[in-house]
Design a protein. Structure first.
Length: 343
């Protein structure tokens, strides 16, 4: 991202959006636009940041006109607006379709119409082998992005995707819930302690998005590798950090939750490029003109298994504690509770 750039972040009042906005403002961009529906969150962000280079657009990615207003004269777009809660999307799947699929199409097409040079859309591990409406809608969002790249090879707008697992301490995630339960003196509620999940920081997610902007080609999917842990070990690590007894209340699996999450399927890995910290899955740019009577495939090295939270490097409780200590929010909570714990 160069000095003087204009950048739009959809869903910019969320955890990712605010982290990215702060990072961009530190790099002397000309303007950062925030497009979201919630004027109260925008007002709160305005007061916290106090930076005249931030401009706020009240609108919805579902509305093409509000997207076009926000993308006008913009150089780069980070598309983070989404419905992300698995249970709510199960009850209202059409709302997930309208925001995560149709809204994403509006952002991509509006950006292209406005001459944006690059769009990165944010996806999730739940998009791989999806079993819930949120994951299904995110999977189709990825397909919408790839279809644009495939159908518009001469476009001046590069559209790529990033996919990562759970971002620690993001809004609606389990770690801040655990902290609130500890502060209230309650047992920690978990769906099932043997479930596994990937763990990564907001910094990791932002760095992956920036890599996509600088290195992405049309239709690329960048997948951040991450370590994983069981939900039970995560809960125990939080309890040990806050020096409280380890007490769990098992509440059972919620609507359409997976036992393990998958970041990259074996089908993707057979075509992927491994860059150490992440995979790059290039676009299959072939058209529909297959040879007559023959469906041509593509040769690749067969992957024997997916990259999932069951076979990823597994963190134990001390390692999870070390990772949690890197989070500014955890350090702040520990300092409030006992300055010695924050060290």
């Amino acid at each position: 991202m160069t000095a003087g750039s204009r950048v739009l972040i959809t869903g910019g009042t969320g955890s990712f959006g605010q982290t990215m906005a702060r990072r961009l403002l530190d790099r002397d961009v000309a303007e950062v636009r925030i497009l979201s529906r919630d004027e109260a969150k925008q007002d709160a962000m305005r007061r916290v940041f106090g930076d005249e280079r931030l401009r706020y657009y009240v609108g919805d990615v579902r509305d093409r006109d509000s997207v076009l207003r926000a993308t006008r004269s913009v150089d780069f777009v980070f598309h983070a607006a989404a419905l992300k809660q698995v249970p709510s999307c199960e009850f209202f799947p059409l709302e997930a379709v309208r925001t995560n699929i149709l809204g994403s199409a509006n952002v991509i097409e509006g950006a292209a119409e406005s001459g944006v040079s690059s769009v990165v859309v944010l996806s999730t591990d739940k998009a791989v082998y999806p079993v819930n409406a949120m994951g299904m809608s995110k999977a189709l969002m990825e397909k919408v992005a790839q279809a644009y790249a495939r159908n518009n090879p001469d476009s001046g707008t590069v559209v790529s995707c990033v996919r990562y697992g759970n971002v620690m301490y993001s809004r609606g995630s389990v770690i801040p819930l655990f902290v609130e339960q500890i502060k209230a003196g309650r047992s920690l509620t978990v769906t099932d302690p043997t479930m596994t999940r990937f763990l990564m920081s907001l910094t990791d997610s932002v760095e992956l998005v920036e890599h996509a902007f600088h290195n992405g080609r049309p239709g690329d999917v960048f997948i951040r590798k991450a370590a994983a842990c069981t939900i039970g070990d995560l809960a125990e690590a939080v309890c040990q950090l806050f020096d409280v007894p380890f007490k769990l209340e098992v509440i059972g699996v919620r609507h359409s939750e997976k036992w393990d999450e998958t970041l990259a399927s074996r089908e993707e890995l057979s075509q992927a490029h491994d860059f150490g910290d992440f995979f790059r899955v290039p676009l299959d740019a072939r058209d529909l003109n297959y040879a007559l009577y023959v469906s041509e495939g593509a040769l690749g090295e067969k992957a024997t298994e997916d990259f999932n939270s069951a076979n990823a490097p597994r963190l134990d409780v001390p390692q999870i504690m070390d990772l949690l200590r890197t989070l500014p929010e955890i350090r702040a909570e520990l300092a409030l509770r006992d300055p010695v714990l924050a060290c």
